[in-house]
Design a protein around this ligand. Structure first.
Ligand SMILES: NC(=O)c1ccc[n+]([C@@H]2O[C@H](COP(=O)([O-])OP(=O)(O)OC[C@H]3O[C@@H](n4cnc5c(N)ncnc54)[C@H](O)[C@@H]3O)[C@@H](O)[C@H]2O)c1
Length: 316
């Protein structure tokens, strides 16, 4: 049986599928040629990430397909319900990248409290001529240890953020519309572990108590954080968004950074991807990354092997 991994798959995924008796094709077929390619090559499994779409038309036109798989979480690019109605299996790997996203949150946090994002903009230009001035500019850093992080949305990624936060000595609070209480188990390298119990709290309380807020909710109809919510935050607090563009009102955020209400923001996702607002990109108090939360080798390996395991268990 043939698997077309149209947006790529990790070597570990290819190895697991090959060992399971599948032929894996990693050619990137253009969207408009995909139906023909699937039919000519009698593809059984189509694997996509976010680039390739699998819509109703493709599902109808490709009777050889038995599985459509998405490496990652969101399945906006697949007509999931329609495919399932037609008897196809639709699979994804929702947990594979949670730890990677959580680590990126801490990259933004640690970079933020020591001004690394700004130092990296200025050192190449002025590091040799204004070293002492820059040293003074970045002198008033902060530690994360002992500070409070407020996690909005304690799902898969929120949980991983909580574990790192506890591990580095932060106080953790959370607000989740559906998760009333939670136990977070922090595991150490030598097999020891410590568990912590938490209860959700209203978002307004979380905002008032947190030194750092990190958002981990799915896409929403309305902003989770707008001007009213920023006003409830501590003066000088910071906010990280590695969830979805559109959960923070970027206009209100930029105003809060310009007025000094917030000290910095870390953004991996933007309202207007892939062309984020220039005002956001150019603001000196924003630590930026281009939607790379899940993009680690380890996450890609886990995505590949999890997809392979699911495909083998369905078809073998
Ligand atoms: N930056 C990246 O590259 C990247 C990668 C993967 C996922 N994500 C995003 O991260 C987010 C979280 O992913 P996850 O896998 O942890 O999801 P999840 O479904 O496991 O967790 C989401 C949590 O949010 C809670 N929630 C939903 N609406 C809420 C609200 N209005 N207020 C408070 N809590 C609410 C849910 O109860 C749930 O516990 C998603 O938006 C996802 O798209 C980003």
């Amino acid at each position: 049986m043939k698997v077309l991994a149209n947006d790529g798959i990790s070597t570990s995924g290819i190895d697991a599928l090959t060992a399971g008796g599948f032929e894996v094709i990693t050619t990137n077929v253009a969207q408009e040629q995909l139906i023909n390619y699937i039919n000519e090559n009698q593809i059984t499994v189509l694997l996509v990430r976010s680039a390739t779409t699998a819509r109703k038309e493709l599902i109808d036109a490709c009777p050889s397909l038995k599985i459509i798989g998405r490496g990652g979480v969101g399945m906006d690019n697949i007509d999931v319900e329609y495919a399932r109605e037609k008897g196809l299996n639709v699979i994804n790997t929702p947990a594979a990248s949670s730890a990677s996203v959580a680590e990126l949150v801490f990259a933004h946090l640690y970079g933020g409290v020591r001004f690394l994002f700004d130092a990296n903009r200025h050192m190449p230009l002025e590091g040799d001529s204004k070293f002492k001035i820059l040293k003074k500019n970045y002198a008033k850093g902060n530690e994360l240890r002992g500070k409070t992080i407020g996690i909005i949305g304690l799902g898969r990624i929120g949980m991983e953020v909580a574990k790192i936060a506890l591990g580095v000595g932060m106080r953790v609070i959370y607000s989740d519309s559906f998760v009333e209480s939670a136990q977070v188990k922090v595991e150490f390298f030598d097999g020891q572990s410590v568990s912590f119990d938490f209860r959700t709290q209203p978002i307004s309380e979380l905002l008032a108590k947190s030194d750092f807020v990190s958002i981990h909710v799915p896409a929403q109809k309305d902003y989770i954080i707008g001007k009213a919510q920023i006003d409830q935050m501590k003066d000088g607090a910071a906010i990280i968004n590695a969830a979805r563009g559109g959960v923070i009102d970027e206009v209100a955020l930029i105003e809060a950074l310009e007025s000094g209400k917030l000290s910095f923001a870390g953004l991996d996702v933007f309202e207007n991807e892939p062309t984020p607002a220039v005002k956001v990109l150019m603001n000196g108090n924003v630590s930026l990354s281009p939607h790379i939360g899940a993009a680690t080798n380890e996450a890609q390996d886990r995505i590949g092997t999890e997809l392979a395991a699911q495909i083998i268990s369905i078809l073998k």
